[in-house]
Write a protein that binds this ligand. Sequence first.
Ligand code: ATP
Length: 310
Amino acid sequence: MATPLAPEADWVRVRVSGKINLALRVGAVRPSGYHPLSTVFQSVSLFDEVAVRWAEPGRFPVTVVGDQAGLVPTDGSNLAVKAAKLLADEYGPHRFGAELVIRKTIPVAGGMAGGSADAAGALLACSVLWDLDVSPDELRELGARLGADVPFQLMGGTALGTGRGDELVPVLSRGSYHWVLALSADELSTPAVFGRFDELNPDAPDELAMPNEVMNALVSGDAGALGAVLVNDLAPAAQSLRPELVRVLEFGREAGALGAIVSGAGPTCAFLAPNEAAAVDLSVRLSSEGMCRAVRRVTGPVPGARLITT
Ligand code: ATP
């Protein structure tokens, strides 16, 4: 096989970002099994790469390299493969195939929608590879069929998500925020966290309020104001499955974070720092404490799925 991700003319490469939820309000589970969400997503500068090139029609082999590659399936259950197949099925079932290479940096099962990011990357990359006449709206619609986070991972930036989190409106966000991420050694299953949420919240609401405090703070561009209003209804459930998260969040707050939050369904924890120097300081202190697998400094918002031109 050719060197993965080499800048060869026959590879189309896309960069996709991880996300954190600045607000994540969760309602009572619907008979369909979905939980209604009211959430504010922000893309942060932790990137996977998805590279694709032509393969025989109907063939979608995938190689995964990088952080935690061994945790990612390489069969038809890989979300990027599912995305490529879905696009092929829609636009030419007997004409298209693709070889995929995914370079992981976004933590696997870490609450940062890495699999959804790879699906978004595969949709964009294959649409370019196969030279399809497909609009961003059509890609988002296909993405929503693969997973609720895929439309946001195509779009990126900062957005309000309602419904299953896939009905999106961009949110005005001033400035750039400095985050420190504490990556966990263990994965946390999103369905398990939602299951625990149901047990802990038998009276969860049917209707969810808009996360106006977070949107107002983003308009002001005031990191202190944002840090004070970060909210995640899944945090108690994630903490009850991973009690050590309580200590990680507490340590970050005491070490000067303006706000500390479990990212999505966890177990990644995100700390908002007042500036870059404070983020460096916080990341050093978190690393030396040895409470997590790795610490990453990132900024947000950043764009969603984008072609890499060489
Ligand atoms: P969710 O989007 O469900 O909240 P998450 O962000 O916490 O999940 P992901 O990294 O998307 O976690 O992985 C969830 C599961 O999806 C993993 O355990 C893995 O088995 C599977 N998976 C399938 N395809 C991928 C992929 N391309 N990258 C990562 N995980 C994948």
